[in-house]
Design a protein around this ligand. Sequence first.
Ligand code: ADP
Ligand code: MG
Length: 255
Amino acid sequence: MSHEPMVLAERVSKSFGTNRVLRSISLKVDPGEVLCIVGPSGSGKSTFLRCINHLERVDAGRLSVEGQLVGYRQKGDRLYELRPIEAAHQRRDIGMVFQRFNLFPHLTALENIILAPTRVKRSPKTEATARAMELLARVGLASKANEYPAHLSGGQQQRVAIARALAMDPKLMLFDEPTSALDPELVGEVLDVMKELARTGMTMVVVTHEMGFAREVADSLVFMDGGIVVESGNPRDVLTNPQHERTKAFLSKVL
Ligand code: ADP
Ligand code: MG
């Protein structure tokens, strides 16, 4: 059992041109914890998730996943930046679910799920299929294995996307507003799958506007605005007793 934090950000900064999107972000997620990140649009939430997954490179500060500096390999005292193929390898252990269901439209639910395990991990197809069926059952979609995404509701597609991410046996799951594009009546079924995943001990970083979910499931909550962590702590404390004006103003709009 590793005692390293699953995610450790120390004064992480990132700019796009002159736009300083992340300004010295520091936070920690321990193994088995759920961190929810909330904040207004444009505050840098997606960029921060993308940095954890090394889809973006940080400009300054240190960002590590299980003690490994994201995007780098240490050899003796020296750091080497990973080549793209090595970075892809590092990313394999991190599952990501986006706002828009990114399923491949020409593949069935089952085919979507077994694609990465068979192609990337070279799992035998029978094994990958058995595991995919298990995962589909877990997200309540065993009967939809052979459906194409177009024949699934948004909530069902998002549950398949979660199953697809889990098929790579990630040690960390990142969710970027996974329910924001859903019709309200479909939000609950996706949040239920995420709650169940949290219950099994998965480490999760969840960008969301679902304050009920954050209150019930998160171990800690971070409020970001303008690229900084304005406030963080126990979700019940932050949500019921925010300390900063900006947090109060934001919460008064979403609660
Ligand atoms: P949030 O997810 O909180 O809405 P984002 O991380 O998506 O915020 O965006 C934060 C800021 O970074 C925005 O001003 C956005 O325009 C900018 N941004 C995000 N990605 C890029 C990019 N690839 N190139 C240039 N600017 C970007
Ligand atoms: Mg975003």
